[in-house]
Design a protein around this ligand. Structure first.
Ligand SMILES: NC(=O)c1ccc[n+]([C@@H]2O[C@H](COP(=O)([O-])OP(=O)(O)OC[C@H]3O[C@@H](n4cnc5c(N)ncnc54)[C@H](O)[C@@H]3O)[C@@H](O)[C@H]2O)c1
Length: 437
């Protein structure tokens, strides 16, 4: 079985590298020349635990080869995984144009192919996308779905920062597939995974990813609203939530339920907006979902107010990516916070061990260049030097290395504003303030 993976971004490179690690011959298809060259030189295009080592190993063994040649990728493989981006349009609607571009490209090549080809949509896309994809492939190739080729939904549930581990240990493998022979092949492809394999209707599988992400986003907002209320009432929200999550029967799971900072990244904001947009379009009122982003924005504003009330002119930020363990800056709440602080005339210094501006690419690069043009002038490479320059630091990523740096720092007194509960043992007091505890 040979596999092609379209899009070598955060999701694609993980799937491509891990499938190659399992012994499959994988062709990674990319439009970015830089990413192709980087991967073929054995270097991961993203920062993520373990992926660097895996990419190095599987490119050396030639199990993973990156290419821009779509024809080769379709002709030489049996399955294509579509992992291209599905960003938000200005209205909040999901932009599926990158996905449908691959449908045209693959359809064109399939005209000349004599064997059955399966396309799996890994990207997050609205219900109905797989069916439209199949129509495009049929129109381009003149072939028949289920007879000559098949399209199925196979949403990805990984979390950045823990992506390789999540790839190998997902909550389940979800397949939206309505063709028995395709199901058999895909089950075989994933046979190395021990988790449950759930097969459902295509539109159900497509819907699941939005339901999951909207619920995760809602959980973050819920915990943060609780933490703001608790702070005002002088109650430690960490304890409240600790007790709340002990009810495993009704509250189910503790993930996304820790009081902390706002959510961000390339998925939750975009997917909540898309669901809300779609609800309006089809005449369904969704007041909770519609207000998730408002609540999240309010939480960034809450953090901002907590910082400026201290009246320190020089602020150091630990962590600018949207969460620890990644260099992804897209829709990072820390970036929004920095913009607000700059607008207020603060001198801002940023330290983030994962973010090397020279290495970031694609939508990640576009986002940061649009939001903070001169961000490179704010970045500090030495956290101790940054501490010497500021009176206050804001912890925006839950990274244990920042904890060590601050615990070992013997210089002047620096006020810590903790947005992420990096110091669970501390209470708000003279040199330490929690955002919701
Ligand atoms: N990032 C996550 O944690 C995560 C988790 C689960 C699901 N998803 C979903 O997976 C999808 C991909 O997300 P991402 O974060 O990896 O995006 P990304 O922007 O990091 O990567 C997308 C890649 O696709 C490439 N591309 C675009 N058009 C192409 C084409 N026609 N052929 C080949 N390559 C093409 C781009 O150059 C880019 O490298 C999205 O739908 C997203 O919602 C993301």
């Amino acid at each position: 079985m040979k596999i092609s993976v379209f899009g070598l971004g955060y999701v694609g490179i993980i799937s491509a590298a891990c499938l190659a690690e399992q012994g499959y011959k994988v062709l990674g298809v990319e439009v970015s020349r830089d990413k192709i060259e980087q991967v073929n030189a054995g270097v991961s295009p993203i920062v993520e635990p373990y992926v660097g080592e895996i990419v190095k190993k599987v490119t050396a063994s030639k199990n993973l080869v990156a290419t821009g040649d779509i024809k080769q990728a379709v002709m030489e493989t049996n399955i294509s995984l579509i992992c291209v981006g599905t960003p938000s349009r200005e209205t909040g609607e999901v932009d599926l144009s990158y996905i449908f571009k691959t449908a045209e490209e693959i359809g064109e090549v399939l005209k000349e192919k004599n064997s059955f080809h399966i396309v799996l949509i890994r990207s997050t896309s609205m219900p109905g996308t797989v069916d439209k994809y199949a129509e495009i492939v049929e129109a381009k190739s003149g072939l028949k779905r289920k007879k000559d080729f098949d399209i199925a939904a196979n949403p990805e549930f990984l979390r950045e920062g823990n992506a390789v581990n999540d790839f190998y240990n997902p909550p389940y493998t979800l397949l939206g597939c309505e063709c028995e022979s395709s199901e058999k092949t895909i089950r075989k492809m994933y046979s190395f995974l021990e988790c449950q394999f759930i097969v459902t209707a295509i539109r159900t599988a497509e819907m699941l990813k939005y339901v999951n992400n909207a619920f995760h986003a809602l959980k973050v907002d819920f915990a943060n609203e609780v933490s703001r209320f608790c702070k005002r009432k002088n109650i430690d929200s960490r304890e409240v939530i600790d007790i709340f999550i002990m009810d495993r029967k009704l509250n189910i799971s503790e993930y996304y339920l820790r009081p902390g900072f706002a959510f961000g990244g390339s998925c939750l904001p975009k997917d909540v907006r898309a669901l809300s947009y779609e609800g309006k379009k089809i005449g369904v009122d969704m007041p909770v979902v519609e207000n998730i982003m408002n609540s999240n924005d309010l939480h960034v504003e809450w953090a901002f107010q907590n910082i400026i009330k201290e009246k320190s002119p020089k602020v150091g930020i630990f962590g600018i990516s949207f969460k620890n363990g990644t260099d992804d800056l897209r829709e990072s709440p820390a970036v929004l916070l920095v913009e607000k602080l700059l607008g207020k005339g603060k001198d801002v210094y940023i330290y983030d061990e994962n973010v090397h501006l020279a290495n970031i690419m694609g939508t990640n690069k576009e986002f940061i260049e649009r939001e903070i043009k001169h961000i490179s002038t704010l970045m500090e490479s030495d956290p101790i030097k940054m501490l010497e320059k500021v009176d206050m630091v804001v912890i925006a990523n839950k990274d244990n290395s920042y904890r060590e740096i601050l615990n070992n720092y013997k210089g002047k007194d620096v006020l810590i504003i903790d947005l992420v509960n990096l110091f669970p043992e501390r209470k708000s007091g003279k040199n330490y303030r929690g955002i919701g505890w």
